[in-house]
Ligand binder design. Structure first.
Ligand SMILES: [Zn+2]
Length: 308
């Protein structure tokens, strides 16, 4: 009996050892599995973090670029550009006046603008002088004193003739409805003198927009430092949003010049918002992203009449 009991005890002990050993092995496997799981999780989190970091970089760059340069969108609207008004403003005829012409088969004036582009002649000295005289009078009336900004006209890529572009830039920037009301007047200097200009106003092929900043979009115009870059695709075609809201290509051009130069003068995108349904959108509103109930507007509002 005693032997038998002893034998059973040995068997029990042996079973117990096997049990303990099995538990130990299971435990070890479980521990390894846990360590592996933790390692995998840490690696995954690290990878996500790294990916996020990478995304952030472009976002930050883009945000900075947006702030500084503003992608332009355009906005637009309504009618302000009736021929009658244009004559009243005394805009020097030429392409700008023709540009607003719309017709049934050319509701946005795109064909008219392109036709005017093709035959545009450089503004004469006398025309420029007359425009500057009105600009100076408007700037003097601002009460802010007169600040002269110099700019050069430049191109990047194959954008064709810049005659119409140069004319429109000069007429727009020195229009009595524009930044002149904040005290700014704009003098064009030689194309090869961009280095000494307060800003370069550049007509660029869409694909070249990112030459200036990765934050610039090939879809829109942009401003980086002293470079005011107008996207040739937008210059020649406006945006669906702007034209769809009733704006013309000529008015889009005015808006894009004033908006982008507005950035160079110290303004940021959306610094003021649509004040009320049907009101004119602030010039610096990203109007192509939505009008928020406003109507498109290509000139600075009273509340935007300051320069840095
Ligand atoms: Zn902008």
């Amino acid at each position: 009996m005693a032997d038998h009991r002893a034998s059973r005890r040995r068997v029990d002990v042996s079973r117990e050892r096997k049990y303990v050993l099995r538990r130990a092995i299971i435990g070890a496997v479980a521990l390894l599995a846990l360590i592996y799981a933790i390692a995998a999780t840490v690696t995954a989190v690290g990878a996500i973090g790294a990916a996020r970091g990478a995304d952030d970089a472009p976002s930050a760059a883009q945000a900075a670029a947006d702030g500084r340069d503003g992608q332009t969108d355009g906005a637009d609207d309504a009618d302000a550009s009736d021929d009658g008004k244009k004559t009243d403003d005394g805009k020097s005829d030429g392409d700008a006046a023709d540009a607003d012409g719309t017709s049934e088969d050319d509701p946005f004036g795109v064909k008219a603008v392109h036709a005017a582009d093709a035959t545009a002649q450089p503004l004469t000295d006398a025309e420029r002088a007359a425009i500057m005289e009105r600009a100076t009078a408007a700037a003097e009336a601002s009460g802010n004193g007169v600040t002269t900004f110099t700019y050069c006209i430049a191109t990047n890529g194959d954008v064709g003739s810049t005659v119409a572009f140069a004319n429109t830039v000069y007429e727009t920037l020195n229009d009595a409805r524009g930044w002149t009301r904040a005290g700014a007047v704009f003098t064009q200097i030689a194309d090869d003198a961009c280095a000494s200009a307060d800003m370069a106003i550049i007509l660029a092929q869409a694909e070249r927009m990112t030459d200036y900043s990765l934050g610039c979009s090939t879809e829109y115009s942009c401003r980086v430092g002293n470079d005011v870059i107008v996207n040739a695709d937008r210059w020649n075609g406006g945006t669906d949003t702007w034209l769809g809201a009733g704006g013309t290509l000529a008015r889009y051009r005015t808006m894009v010049i004033n908006h982008e130069v507005g950035h160079r003068l110290g303004h940021i995108d959306n610094e003021t918002w649509c004040a009320a349904p049907g009101a004119a959108a602030p010039l610096m509103q990203e109007q192509s992203m939505g009008l928020d109930g406003c109507v498109g507007n290509e000139w600075p509002l009273d509340g935007e009449l300051w320069i840095a």
